[in-house]
Design a binder for this molecule. Structure first.
Ligand SMILES: [Zn+2]
Length: 162
């Protein structure tokens, strides 16, 4: 009667070989497990380092975002103040002069008028010659003068040098 016992010597030998083979396989798998655990530790350390770096970057991003928002608020506020100031400034300016100003402003990157300082146009830095200065000096105070070089409206001041 078969009770599960191996009685055939060839079967026993085959089973012993199989056992040796399985033990070798177990040993190989244990080595592989160690390698995988080492790689896992390295990967976890990398993950921890990257997580910490990400937290730093998030914090910096938060600071920069807050600074940007604060600056944008300042700019909005300055712009609103400048817009209000402009409304007051243009009151009383003749319509044709305002139209000229707007036309030149569109052509000249937002700067339509330039002071004449020390005989020089502050819009383009051109030094005016004696003939132009003579013409400017002779012009009535309410005449709108233009720079020959940059075409901006030239504003005479006490420091114009004329
Ligand atoms: Zn000029």
């Amino acid at each position: 009667m078969d009770r599960g016992l191996v009685t055939n010597p060839k079967d026993l030998e085959r089973m012993q070989q199989e056992l040796v083979s399985l033990e070798r396989r177990i040993s190989d798998l244990e080595d592989t497990e160690l390698e995988v655990m080492e790689r896992l530790e390295t990967a976890q350390a990398d993950r921890d380092r990257l997580t910490a770096r990400l937290a730093e970057i998030d914090e910096q991003l938060g600071e920069l975002t807050r600074a940007r928002d604060a600056r944008a608020e300042q700019i909005d506020s300055s712009m609103a103040a400048a817009t209000e100031e402009r409304k007051l400034t243009v009151q009383g300016v003749p319509a044709d002069l305002l139209a000229l100003y707007e036309r030149v402003r569109a052509q000249k990157g937002g700067v339509a008028a330039a002071a004449l300082l020390q005989r020089r146009c502050t819009g383009c830095s051109l030094q005016l010659n004696a003939a132009d200065l003579g013409r400017i000096a002779a012009a009535p105070a309410d005449e709108v003068l233009r720079c020959e070089e940059c075409n901006r409206i030239l504003v005479r001041t006490s420091e114009s040098g004329i």
